[in-house]
Write a protein that binds this ligand. Sequence first.
Ligand code: SF4
Length: 384
Amino acid sequence: MTIAYLQPDTLSLALRGSVQKQNLLDFDREAFEAWFAEMGEKSFRATQLIKWIHQFGVTDFQQMNNLPKILRQSLEQNATVENLQVASDALSADGTRKWLLQLADGNVIETVFIPEESRGTLCISSQAGCALDCSFCATGRQGFNRNLTTGEIISQLWLASQLLDKDSKPGRKITNVVMMGMGEPLLNFDNVVRAMRIMMDDFAYGLSKRRVTVSTAGVVPAMDRLADMLDMRLAVSLHATNDELRNKLVPLNKKYPLKELFQACHRFVDKQKARYRITFEYVLLDGVNDKPEHARELVRLLKGLPALLNLIPFNPFEGSGYKTSSAKAIKCFSEQLHKAGITTVIRKTRGEDIDAACGQLAGKIHDKSRRSRRFEKPRFGMKQ
Ligand code: SF4
């Protein structure tokens, strides 16, 4: 990969201090090596910088004491480690923690940490808002502003790691990352892939491939591209079992209907040699997609795929127009899937008291799509 975000001409200018300083959070290993090659530096400097920034959380170049003084000065003049600003930090009664993070342009995105007994999962946003407009999702309602840069994506992990490190309680470490926050990750493909490479770099966060999950509503061409490029886990936001219903719940389905989506899932599994199961996310909406016939359709769709099904009780938000399925309907639905041999998990709602549950995130997006004007009292949320 070349450093697409800073072309050589621009790079020379940056090195002469004529343009804005380069944010080193935008760099994965390959980009660092290319940058140092331009500077006439050895490629091992990439490892040193990655360790300082991501493993030790150091942003002051003068503290990087294994770098030559002249290089530290050059970094000082030409580069920066620019993190997002924490606008608020909320802790739920169940231990879930949610940060509102302000971007330089005034948009506010959200990141959520969900601690469990044996792991800690960080849910990261990939876009400011979302263009896909899923009808049950509050993020979709707030409209869309722009893609996040690699630096803005990885900064969420950098900040959460630092803030959780200060917390001495056990079970407060990040062991898993899911790209399931605000936005459709595969519509911000290059920046998301670069950020995931940093997450999995042994000298940065060292997360194993099975602990990094990217979620998609079904951007079929990007699913194929992803399978060719990167080894990690995939989650598909399904939510409906036939095209008529999915067109209403997930409008992207009109472009990539279920048949194409499932063909892409099979190709993905073939390319990854079935190392990991695909997770299918299914929000249960009362009387909409939670009936026995939907469970039967779901069994047919998942047949032959190594799949894990996550059933998510809908988290209501003002003006959504949907209701949470009854406990009985959720149990019946789950049992039908179990009986058909599909591994099914009913996800517990976490962080509801701080609006951090699936579908409840609150951000502040300068909506360019004007979609939010359709709703009287827009509320914000996260990808299901
Ligand atoms: S569910 Fe995901 S893809 Fe759909 S609008 Fe919400 S954030 Fe976007």
